[in-house]
Design a protein around this ligand. Structure first.
Ligand code: V55
Ligand code: FE
Length: 486
């Protein structure tokens, strides 16, 4: 018996579209590379693991040209110690991954729309564990906002299993952006669509102690259902940004997209004192805006300032079927302010930095929610040439350091052929001053036949990498990562 590969069969090959070609070409590879080559000076103080998480579809999507964020979760780890760098990459063994591996094809349909799945997987957990890494109470997790954390062995990257605090967590979802209080070690997190079905709008706000016990879980309803991807936590408050990327049950049931932009709605910021009952949440109103990622929040004298990357709308089609203009989805570092004294239910907005559009902001995590000065992020410097093979995609050509004390930024331009991923900040030593240390970032380069791990010294930021590690193959861009010191 012979089998013929039918190139016209929708499941036999990936779409020839920007989401699956060039920088976004699926890699679908688990690997170990020992003793990566590097040049420059690998700082002696760096000893630990750089863990990252991102989507990489195991099989051509059932939904055809599905969106990037629906790929199967992959965890990568750079182990750096004593002048040696090793790389390991493994898929997360989610229920979805295992069912599709057994079937040797995609069974689950479009991004967060279970109505598009093969009937054989009805009721099976469809989360992909593809967004970020959390380290808490000695455990390591891969996260995706529509499901539970998947625990990962930090040495082998093998999947240990789903985690729900031994059955104590009621929320069926868990944000990919939990926050760890640097003073108490408390984990503060939430789940939206917390009942686990895509049409529920409940938010579960939760805390866990530094030693891993679930200490609180309370549920509330936002003004309307939306994608709540990232949020903010200050020393005194939690802040939920509710922005007009919305769902319609009938649309979902008809197999349509999970999210569309609804520009008729406004932005609502829910501010709640940490530890207070959820009924006390106060909603601040503002114009329609979009933000994927936040930098930090600080409460001073009952005024909460939120620093985050903000655009005029989300990069999704709108409810009228209109596509977006590229300029409207560029995000800029912005400060929103909520004054808890008085009765003004509006938040105010101030743009902090205009020169580059930015995303993937990170801080020195010892200053989360506290008075802080330094922010780092991926940036697109529009004054530099754009490579034709990178045009059109979401990509960044630079790393930036923003100094809130001076309002000035330092930028390292990675080159015309470069696509820069989210950086990670590593303090020079446990008691180093804020922002003093190293910035690590993975850089892909056209023609996508290799990648680099660059290490910048924040004391000489614009001078570029002090060390460059060569990865002898292309790495599909990931979303978020963390540094775990030995
Ligand atoms: C984002 C990423 C996601 C997702 C929703 O960065 C939003 C934004 C990788 O998955 O599901
Ligand atoms: Fe994110």
């Amino acid at each position: 018996m012979t089998t013929t590969q039918q190139s016209s069969h929708p499941l036999s090959s990936f779409p020839d579209t920007p989401g699956f070609t060039n920088l976004n070409r699926p890699m679908r590879t688990e690997l170990d590379v020992f003793e990566l080559e590097w040049k420059g000076d690998l700082p002696e103080g760096i000893s630990g693991g750089f863990y990252r998480c991102g989507p990489d579809p195991q099989f051509p999507p059932k939904a055809g040209d599905d969106i990037y964020v629906n790929g199967d979760g992959v965890v990568s780890m750079f182990r750096i110690a004593d002048g040696h760098v090793d790389l390991k990459i493994r898929y997360v063994r989610t229920d979805k991954f295992q069912a599709e591996r057994f079937a040797r094809r995609a069974l689950f349909g479009a991004y967060r729309n279970p109505y598009t799945d093969d009937p054989s997987v009805a009721g099976v957990d469809r989360t992909t564990a593809n967004t970020s890494i959390l380290r808490h109470a000695g455990r390591t997790f891969a996260l995706k906002e529509d499901g539970l954390p998947h625990e990962i062995d930090p040495t082998t990257l093998e999947t240990i299993g789903k985690f729900d605090f031994e059955g104590r967590l009621r929320s069926k979802t868990f944000t990919a952006h939990p926050k760890t209080d640097p003073v108490t070690g408390e984990l503060v997190f939430f789940g939206y669509s917390a009942k686990g079905d895509e049409l529920s709008t409940d938010i579960a706000l939760c805390t866990a102690s530094a030693d891993g016990e679930l200490t609180s879980e309370q549920w509330f309803l936002p003004p309307y259902g939306s994608m709540v991807h990232d949020w903010l936590v200050s020393a005194e408050h939690v802040i939920f940004p509710v922005m007009p990327l919305t769902t319609d049950p009938e649309r979902l049931q008809a197999g349509g997209p999970r999210w569309l932009w609804d520009g008729a709605r406004r932005t609502a910021l829910g501010v709640l004192r940490r530890g207070a009952p959820a009924e006390e949440i106060r909603w601040f109103d503002g114009p329609p805006r979009w933000s994927f990622h936040t930098m930090n929040a600080v409460t001073r004298d009952n005024v909460v300032t939120l620093d985050l990357c903000v655009s005029h709308r989300a990069p999704f089609p709108d409810t009228e079927g209109e596509m977006f203009e590229p300029k409207d989805v560029k995000q800029y570092l912005t400060r929103w302010t909520c004054d808890l004294d008085g009765d003004n239910p509006q938040f105010t907005e101030e743009r902090l930095w205009d020169d580059c559009s930015v995303d993937f902001p990170v801080i020195d995590s010892r200053y989360l929610g506290r008075e802080y000065r330094h922010g780092f992020m991926a940036a697109q410097d529009p004054s530099k040439p754009l490579h034709p093979q990178l045009l059109g995609g979401l990509y960044f050509n630079s790393l930036a350091h923003f100094d809130h004390a001076t309002g000035e930024a330092e930028v390292w331009y990675a080159g015309e052929d470069a696509s820069v991923q989210e950086p990670a900040f590593v303090p020079r030593s446990p008691d180093a001053p804020e922002g003093d240390g190293y910035l690590l970032s993975v850089v892909d380069r056209v023609p996508f036949d290799h990648a680099e791990l660059v290490i910048l010294d924040t004391a000489r930021f614009s001078a570029g990498p002090v060390a460059t590690v060569t990865i002898p193959l292309f790495l599909r861009p990931t979303f978020h990562g963390i540094w775990v010191a030995d």
